[in-house]
Design a protein around this ligand. Structure first.
Ligand SMILES: Nc1ncnc2c1ncn2[C@@H]1O[C@H](COP(=O)(O)OP(=O)(O)O)[C@@H](O)[C@H]1O
Ligand SMILES: [Mg+2]
Length: 357
């Protein structure tokens, strides 16, 4: 199987690329800066250095928020033919903290109270009502750089004026007292592959490694693991990092990172994180390729008129559109369901049965 890492060539992207070579037959290194997406009526193409991409079983696309529209377009174009661990729309959601919080809210995932204000008047009203300290955040910040703490109304109000003059969008967030500590969980599918507790350097409140924080391995309790895994699933990322704050009410999610740095967490935990991710990508790609084969086989059966009353099993991964499941066309063909059919949906965790009434 052929795979590709499409990225800006960060150390972490290259670590995963190297690890993937232990599983895939070949792994291409695609520089995101040389990728273009061509759109037109009935046309949707991804070109790399002006050429069509070969067929890959897996494409792992990573990049910073500036590339979110490109990553989304590339994924929208290629996801049918290659396993891609991050859904197209996830790039937009995950690179914007406000949109991330909207998804978390929708899926009842615990998070700090977060406010968005559209005008100075509305923002000042919020500042009058909250308890201090509070946090002001840029929706696109990373590495702790867009996070500010205000101890009082006076401090928050002057920061807000500056943000408005600079036309810089921001969120207002409840401050969670953790002594400058946060938790980062690295997720692959439905598993936490590594987790660390990060502690801010003395005199600093942001725990990011880039802000001088230090990481140490931590064993997460089941509830924290579940929240991290649910967060990844809700946002539509099979591979990502989830940042959480430990509050009196339990873990609160503050961020999802779609292109997490791996050096810090590898060093802190001693876990070969890139190998875990590479192995996961390989396993998912195998299932993805099998799906293609199965669909092709079923098509042959069908063409031979053999599928009529036969119960078919299709191994596939689910195709989600805006959190709704889209089933493969072959399912419609075999089930012979029509749009006007009345059906019963029997749903429980991990199982879905659709039956004509
Ligand atoms: N609501 C909050 N209360 C207390 N500390 C916070 C809060 N939000 C963020 N922080 C601190 O700031 C750091 C960076 O915040 P985060 O939202 O993860 O942004 P970034 O994308 O810059 O990493 C966190 O790791 C944490 O230490
Ligand atoms: Mg963070």
């Amino acid at each position: 199987m052929k795979a590709a890492v499409m990225s800006l060539g960060s150390k972490s992207s290259l670590m995963i690329l190297e690890a993937m070579k232990n599983y895939f037959d070949s792994v291409d290194n695609i520089d995101l800066r040389d990728v273009e997406v061509n759109l037109g009526a009935g046309k949707l193409d991804v070109l790399y250095e002006g050429n069509q991409l070969p067929q890959y079983s897996c494409i792992y696309a990573r990049g910073s928020f500036r590339y979110a529209p490109l990553l989304r377009s590339v994924t929208r174009t290629l996801y049918r033919n290659s396993y891609m661990p991050i859904r197209a729309e996830t790039f937009t959601l995950g690179h914007d903290k406000l949109l991330t919080h909207l998804v978390l809210q929708h899926f009842s995932i615990p998070m700090p109270a977060t406010y968005l204000a559209s005008s100075t008047r509305a923002a000042k009203k919020i500042l009058n009502e909250v308890t201090y300290p509070i946090v002001l955040k840029f929706p696109h910040g990373t590495g702790g750089k867009g996070v500010m703490f205000a101890e009082s109304y006076a401090a928050a109000s002057s920061m807000l004026d500056a943000l408005i003059v600079l036309k810089q969008p921001f969120l207002i967030q409840e401050y969670i007292e953790t002594g400058g500590v946060d938790i980062r969980a690295l997720i692959a599918g439905d598993r936490v592959v590594a987790s660390m507790r990060r502690k801010a350097v003395k005199g600093e409140m942001r725990a990011n490694i880039h802000a001088g924080g230090s990481g140490e391995s931590v064993v997460l309790d089941e509830r924290t693991k579940r929240i991290a895994i649910d967060t990844a699933a809700s946002i539509g990322a099979d591979v990502c990092a989830v940042d959480m704050l430990e509050s009196g009410k339990g873990p609160l999610v503050i961020e999802v990172n779609l292109s997490p740095g791996l050096q810090g967490i590898t060093k802190a935990t001693g876990i070969n994180v890139s190998d875990k991710i590479a192995k996961y990508l390989f396993e998912r790609s195998e299932i993805f390729s099998a799906r293609d084969r199965d669909e092709a086989t079923l098509k042959i059966f069908e063409d031979l008129g053999l599928s009529g009353e036969m119960a078919q099993q299709i191994i596939t991964n689910l195709d989600f559109r805006a959190n709704r499941i889209l089933l493969p066309k072959i399912v419609t063909d075999i089930s012979k369901f029509g749009e006007k059919d009345e059906v019963v949906l029997k749903v429980e965790k991990g199982k879905l049965v659709v039956e004509r009434v």
